[in-house]
Design a protein around this ligand. Structure first.
Ligand SMILES: [Zn+2]
Ligand SMILES: [Zn+2]
Ligand SMILES: [Zn+2]
Length: 408
């Protein structure tokens, strides 16, 4: 895929971490000014609830690691038209309305095969309310909090959804959080609106307080222990009670951008894949990326791996390292793998460039979708037998067949 990108941020990152350009991911987008605090919510690229594209452009919708991509951006698909009776039902009981698709699930594939794909529209709105209408009265639209499609969550194993006991991935699903989790997979994001720190709700003297507090913590993340003195813009100061003007020190915590974005209620925070990889690289260098449990893997990994990590756990894979640098024979770092098993030189990457460069250096590297769909190959390499330990967790198929976007 060819991308029209501003490479200035990329080049800056190259010089910061001293690795050649070819080893860096191209999945990052805009040059960011890296505000040191919570970013403002991303404005949607289209008006809330608005249609991103006309149905005839549906053929441009692509899969990016199983997710839905339109012109480089992540989108949702749903069918606004309902039969009259289901339209009335959906207004009262949104869960009986059509489902919102967030991935290339088997239902979407079936609908495409059957020629029904043009009934869908694509949107980026993350607010969770969707305009629907009765097919008899297309002009009478009502906004309804439609539910996310379970096939989609199964397809990408969102938050381990395929495993028994993880129904909360569906019942507590947030579209905003979903988009945040997969930011590393998409090359471009709508640019945040530039707001001053006072407009964002911080006190006038916040820049000074924030700097003093970070100094007092020796520029170290209080969650993962990574030290960021050379990259102070990647160390944020978090308000524990989420009151942005409550600057008592007991209410503050210094958190790296990655840990900060994973705090509850921070679904709006934009952290680029490039920044997450830089933090991962520094954690490795500083030996604070040791993983002894799957929970630690999940805490340290890119949020886009929220489906793969529980799957690997359920398949009893060995616990991987997170954010491992791959060096060429000349010692230059050419790639950073999201997950790696160094002993067997096996890894998982998000960006195609990382994947390719690690492969060129003798690693066996897998993409996320590849792993989710057929983990046997990866597991075979890890067990050294070429065989896999079989999973029982991927046999969830309670939903049956259907010809409309029928609720389940
Ligand atoms: Zn779906
Ligand atoms: Zn951290
Ligand atoms: Zn915060």
């Amino acid at each position: 895929m060819k991308l029209d990108l501003d490479f200035s941020a990329l080049m800056a990152a190259v010089s910061r971490i001293g690795r050649p350009l070819k080893g860096l991911t191209l999945t990052t987008s805009t040059s960011r000014e890296q505000a040191t605090q919570d970013r403002v919510p991303k404005p949607p690229a289209v008006p809330p609830g608005g249609e991103v594209f006309a149905p005839e452009k549906m053929r441009e919708v692509q899969s990016r690691d199983g997710l839905l991509e339109f012109r480089g951006q992540q989108i949702l698909l749903y069918m606004p038209g309902h039969p009259q009776n289901r339209f009335e039902q959906a207004i009262q009981y949104p869960s009986s309305g059509n489902k919102v698709h967030v991935a290339w699930c088997k239902h979407l594939e079936e609908m495409k095969r059957s020629g029904f794909f043009k009934r869908y529209i694509g949107i980026q709105d993350q607010g969770g309310e969707f305009r629907i209408h009765s097919r008899q009265q297309p002009n009478h639209e009502v906004k309804v909090p439609l539910k996310v499609c379970k096939f989609c969550l199964t397809k990408i194993n969102y938050k381990g959804f395929s495993r028994p006991g993880n129904a909360a991935a569906h019942t507590h699903f947030s579209f905003e959080e979903f988009f945040q989790h997969y930011e590393s997979f998409f090359p471009s994001h709508p640019a945040p609106e530039p707001l001053s720190h006072v407009e964002k709700g911080y006190s006038q003297d916040w820049p000074d307080i924030s700097r003093q507090y970070r100094q007092s913590q020796r520029y170290t993340c209080q969650e993962c222990d990574v030290e960021l003195e050379r990259y102070p813009q990647l160390l944020h100061v978090h308000h524990i009670n989420r009151q942005r003007d409550d600057n008592r020190w007991q209410n503050l915590r210094a958190l790296c951008a990655d840990c900060h974005s994973k705090q509850p209620g921070h679904d709006h925070m934009v952290v680029s894949h490039e920044d997450r990889q830089l933090i991962a690289h520094l954690r490795q260098q500083q030996s604070c990326a040791n993983t002894h449990s799957w929970k630690e893997v999940l805490d340290l990994a890119d949020p886009g791996l929220n489906g793969l990590i529980p799957q690997l756990q359920s398949l009893r894979a060995p616990i991987p390292e997170v954010g491992v640098d791959i060096q060429a024979p000349d010692n230059n770092i050419v790639a950073n793998l999201e997950l790696a098993w160094s002993g067997t030189r096996v890894g998982v990457a998000i960006s195609e460039e990382d994947l390719e460069h690690a492969r060129q250096n003798g690693w066996k590297v897998f993409g996320i979708e590849e792993c989710l769909e057929s983990p046997q190959q990866l597991l075979g390499l890890l067990s050294g037998t070429g065989q896999s330990r079989r999973s029982q967790s991927n046999s969830r198929s309670p939903f049956g067949d259907f010809d409309d976007d029928i609720p389940f």
